[in-house]
Design a protein around this ligand. Sequence first.
Ligand code: IPD
Length: 260
Amino acid sequence: MIFGHLVEEIAREAGEMLLAKRPARPEVLATKSSPTDVVTALDRACEELIRSRIKAVRPDDAILGEEGGEAGEGRVRWIVDPIDGTVNFLYGLPEWAVSIAVEVDGEVVAGAVNVVPRGEVFTAVKGGGAWLAGERLRCNTGVPLERALVATGFGYESGRRRVQAEILGHVLPRVRDIRRGGAASSDLCSVAAGRVDGYYERGLNPWDYAAGGLIAAEAGARVGGLSGRPNSPGFTLCAASGLFEELHDLLLPLDPERDA
Ligand code: IPD
């Protein structure tokens, strides 16, 4: 399917550009929702590169990007995070990714997450499985809550973080352990690859979860929100069935979608 090749190709090219141009110590260019929500010059340059590549081959498609917002409208929309895990990128931690998804009529049909420092490009097309380096991915199944390694992440605003810390206090004593990788798209791919058993986070944006959500789903995970709602900026929960429900039932009474 054409979108599958295109997302992968563009995510690879963007990753090469970032590797070639990343200075030893990238500088913060601006802050966004809070002083901890940063953007570097390369976030913007990379998104411009991705937009120009998409426009060159698909001039009529809409594009939603983390840095440049929404442009155009139509049945096909590309959803782009040029650097997911910008804080890791800033510090030289090896967990940041280029995340690109394609949505047709509101449904994600292809996605690629290039975890650049690790040289790993995760891909999926709807109905065609999730893949890494020619290997089909399968998430872990049959893992009970008390043996689950669960990834999560935190937003940038202090009120939201207060609630997230409180929720964590309830989850941590009930599971094997918690991981906070720092790039949501990569966390979702880690569920797909069986490197963690589950993942949850409140307040992601579509560019954080669109590609990784498809990859996790194509690896057999259930990806959704709370109370039967779909995955959305409200809440993202991802795990194989069984663990998904256990995490859901643990989280729901804690009202994790509130802000302090
Ligand atoms: C962030 C990362 C992080 C998650 C935050 C996101 P950004 O994206 O994915 O893991 O916890 O909620 O905003 O800002 O680095 O693109």
